[in-house]
Design a binder for this molecule. Structure first.
Ligand code: COA
Length: 386
């Protein structure tokens, strides 16, 4: 679009956009010449091009407000730009200068406020590309990996396992200081997506179990080896692997709405995520057995009392309080944190890898068992009867 005197804002790159305060309270009230001049100035501060349609409206209203109805000769058909401007101006017919001024001021005001509100929204960083089941962002030195299947309670599909591995690999290398895993919606995570057991590949059920065990072992390995502080922000109930992995996090913050459930024996399965080693270490053998053998679901308070959770927050203030704290942690020296984590975790790493390998081997067998297949069928059977 050809540049005209009104569109000088194109060359102005103001960083902040003050909110316009004009003396108008409705169409009925006349705007003053001063308001009109202010609107012209506000227009120069727009950072984004409002698009040709709006620019033509602005042009037409400006001309009408300053010169009155269009009386210049109609440009030729091939002079597209002049013709478009002429059409816009002459379409205003006999609109009075006062009314044109009013409409001009209103239009500028709406452009300014829509740009301001889009700038407020833009403070949330865009999710990194390449993820379908996660939202991954880095801001304030924190990489946040958000499980993003809220309609399925963030159940972890095969694709999500692979994407979490990728996100952890990227977070390990990026310039963030800490990494956070959380869930979108009312659940933190409902564990392994049980559909993973029903999508049988061409190699049959044995291949499904073998591939599943290889993927799971690699997945858990990424948690064992993660080099920076890893924090779970448990925003709601957690089930299965999302619970068993918590022993590999460095800090676990939970809302008081969260529950922690590992229904392995109900599902004919066995523990994973190094929980068969970490849970007895964290909470003592008998409490770990209640969870891992007998499916006891813990409240957030119980999980805190047993050392699985670092701190519990009231749901109402959970996000606010936790993120204030995390932002403060993320200002600590990056290398010092990473090195301290290695000291704390390093001595156990070999053991954890061995435990992970054993747990996955046992699960590969379990996934082929009648006990497990019946339990999965029963889950989907119950759903289809509802
Ligand atoms: N695998 C597959 N689908 C799951 C799932 C999982 N682990 N968790 C939730 N979903 C699906 C449900 O099938 C449902 O899908 P639909 O809307 O197509 O019917 C949707 O997510 C919402 O779940 P729903 O069961 O309707 O919500 P709820 O609040 O009544 O119950 C749970 C939530 C998590 C208690 C229940 O879904 C559940 O028990 N899921 C299985 C948990 C599990 O056993 N995980 C494996 C542990 S090893």
């Amino acid at each position: 679009m050809e540049s005209v005197e009104l569109w000088i804002y194109r060359t102005v790159h103001a960083v902040c956009l003050p909110v316009i305060h004009l003396h108008t309270t409705g169409a009925a009230m006349r705007v003053s010449q001063e308001d009109f001049e202010k609107a012209k100035d506000q227009l120069k501060l727009l950072k984004e091009d409002p698009g040709n349609e709006e620019k033509l409206k602005l042009y037409a209203l400006f001309k009408q407000a300053t010169e009155g109805p269009c009386s210049s000769p109609k440009p030729g058909m091939l002079d597209f730009v002049k013709k478009a401007k002429w059409d816009a101006w002459s379409s205003l017919g006999s609109l009075s200068k006062d009314s044109a001024r009013q409409k001009y001021v209103d239009l500028v005001s709406s452009l300014v406020s829509s740009e301001s509100s889009s700038q407020v929204k833009d403070t949330t960083p865009d999710s990194k590309h390449g993820y379908e089941t996660l939202q991954v962002t880095t801001t304030d030195h924190i990489t946040k990996i958000m499980l993003n299947r809220p309609e399925k309670k963030n159940a972890i599909t095969t694709q999500m396992y692979k994407e979490i591995i990728q996100a952890l690999e990227e977070a390990a290398k990026d310039d963030s200081v800490i990494t956070v895993i959380t869930g979108n919606g009312d659940y933190y995570c409902s564990g392994n997506d049980l559909n993973n057991f029903t999508n049988i590949p061409s190699g049959g059920i044995e291949k499904m179990a073998k591939d599943g065990a290889v993927l799971l072992e690699n997945f858990v390995k990424h948690f064992i080896d993660f080099p920076k502080p890893l924090i779970a922000v448990v925003n709601g109930p957690a089930v299965g692997i999302s619970v068993t992995l918590l022993g590999l996090f460095d800090i676990v913050y939970a809302t008081d709405r969260a529950t922690f459930h590992t229904p392995f024996s109900e599902l004919g399965q066995s523990p994973e995520g190094c929980s068969s080693y970490m849970f007895p270490k964290i909470m003592g053998l008998s409490k770990a057995n209640e969870m891992l053998l007998f499916n006891k679901k813990l409240t957030a308070g119980e999980a805190y009392a047993q050392g699985l959770v670092t701190e519990v927050f009231p749901d109402r203030t959970f996000e606010k309080e936790v993120w204030i704290r995390l932002k403060a942690y993320a200002n600590l020296p990056k290398n010092s944190l990473a090195l301290s984590k290695q000291l704390i975790r390093g001595v156990e790493k070999e053991k954890l890898h061995a435990v992970n390998c054993q747990e996955c081997e046992r699960l590969r067998e379990r996934w082929l068992s009648d006990e497990c297949l019946n339990a999965v069928m029963s889950f989907f059977g119950k759903k289809s009867k509802l």
